[in-house]
Design a protein around this ligand. Structure first.
Ligand code: AMP
Ligand code: MG
Length: 416
């Protein structure tokens, strides 16, 4: 294989996304089950929310023209709990009303009960003069009938589920879950639970990537087939890739994408399909591969599964997942917004030496809201990703000095 071209992230991501056409499959799911899914429909409201003007306080609904001075006494002629409806309010009358109950016709203000003094069952003293409209929530102030409240391509979160429910939707059309095959490579890998720490053979390490990659994929709404650990052998790698291509939209591997003799992923992909790009000018995350694996080996124009090969080093794997795999999977689901938003934040201390590659430095905010960097930025140090609450996006060749304002991508935006 020839020397790999180092692509910048800004070159690589558009290439990936150009291949990530939406899968187009969709399904109808209960609104309860739709958290994290991508909407396949515009959601249009068939009603006003709230449906009617209603009280935002427990108190008394009044006609403001009746209460032009403090200590006015009104007759209490009706009682309207939430779920009930009242009737026309006459001159000199008040309605006992509770939060969420409809405002009766004629009333134009609510006095909270703390501002009133009930005299007996039938009368109330208004201690203050109300303003017109006070403590009334207007019909349609949240949603108007006919409004599009959620859009095709929106990724649903808990608040969106509540909003869909508030307009009466028990089910939603969402993009089908992308079917993703996950495999780890590396003959040094041992599964936690298989061998206790004190009995680990020399040279062995536990498979950590498998755990966070599976969790990340599941958070992204994927249907994950975990194919476990594939041996560092060309034929075994090829067999595993071919099998995985048959039933999946995407094959995601970790490790084995460098150019060493034990790295079989890239030649195996090339023998079964195409490699579109590999090696990125980022740190961590230089060994990265993207391509496709044909479902039918003999049909070069036939359907194929997408392939993404992540680096073996855990932090490289984690960061490249968030930078590249996440937007790719969101695109497969037809999402409108695939890139995580960034914040501009000040850095509390100096950063590491400048690097020729664009760096994603693990950092977290201190109580003053300034960024502190994890002292060890090595791509094998997973502690840094747990300690940090995001990464600083540091352009190639740039030294960060205390007080600089930098681009920060918080995990919270990525892991949502
Ligand atoms: P590779 O890209 O296969 O050369 O792997 C690079 C480094 O990452 C090596 O030190 C591997 O032992 C390590 N590594 C690869 N896969 C995993 C994994 N699943 N969990 C933890 N470390 C890994
Ligand atoms: Mg390896």
């Amino acid at each position: 294989m020839s020397r790999p071209p180092l692509l910048t992230l800004d070159e690589a991501l558009p290439q990936l996304l150009a291949h990530a056409r939406a899968l187009g499959r969709q399904e109808t799911v209960s609104t309860f089950e739709a958290d994290g899914r991508v909407l396949a429909q515009d959601v249009v409201s068939a009603l006003q929310v709230p449906p009617h003007d209603n009280s935002s306080m427990d108190g008394y609904a009044v006609r403001s023209c009746d209460v032009t001075q403090a200590d006015t006494v009104l007759r209490v002629t009706q009682r309207i709990p939430a779920g009930a409806t009242g009737h026309e309010l006459g001159a000199g009358e008040a309605a006992r009303i509770f939060t969420g109950a409809p405002i009766p016709p004629g009333a134009d203000a609510v006095l909270m009960q703390e501002d009133c003094e009930p005299l007996d069952d039938a009368q109330v003293r208004c201690r203050v003069v109300p303003e017109v409209g006070q403590w009334i929530r207007r019909s349609g102030e949240d949603v108007t009938r006919g409004a599009t409240v959620l859009h095709r391509g929106d990724r649903l979160g808990p608040a969106a589920l509540g909003l869909a429910a508030s307009i009466g939707l028990s089910h939603l059309d969402v993009a089908a879950r992308p079917r993703v095959a996950l495999m780890s490579t590396g003959d040094e890998l041992v599964m936690p639970g298989d061998v206790p720490p004190q009995a680990m053979p020399p040279g062995a390490i536990y498979n950590s990537n498998r755990f966070f990659l599976r969790a990340l994929l599941e958070r992204m709404g994927c249907d994950v087939t975990d194919l476990g650990i594939v041996p560092d052998q060309f034929d075994a790698t090829k067999r595993a890739l071919h099998q995985a291509a048959l039933q999946h939209d995407l094959i995601l591997t970790s490790g084995g994408v460098s150019v060493g003799e034990e790295d079989h992923i890239k030649p195996a992909v090339q023998s079964l399909g195409e490699l579109h790009l590999w090696s990125l000018a980022i740190k961590p995350g230089k060994p990265f591969a993207f391509g496709s694996v044909r479902r039918d080996r003999t049909d070069t124009d036939g359907p194929s599964a997408h392939f993404i090969g992540l680096p073996g080093n855990p932090v490289s794997s984690f960061v490249t997942f968030l930078l590249l795999v996440r937007p790719f999977i969101l695109s497969l689901q037809g999402a409108r917004q695939v890139q995580a938003p960034r914040w501009r934040l000040r850095v509390a201390g100096d950063g590491p030496r400048a690097d020729r590659r664009r760096e994603f430095l693990r950092a977290r905010r201190n109580t003053a809201g300034e960024l502190e960097l994890f002292p060890n930025q090595s791509s094998g140090v997973l502690t840094s990703a747990v300690w940090a609450d995001g990464v600083i996006d540091n352009p190639a060749g740039t030294v960060i000095r205390a007080g600089d304002v930098v681009d920060f991508i918080p995990w919270s935006e990525w892991l949502a």
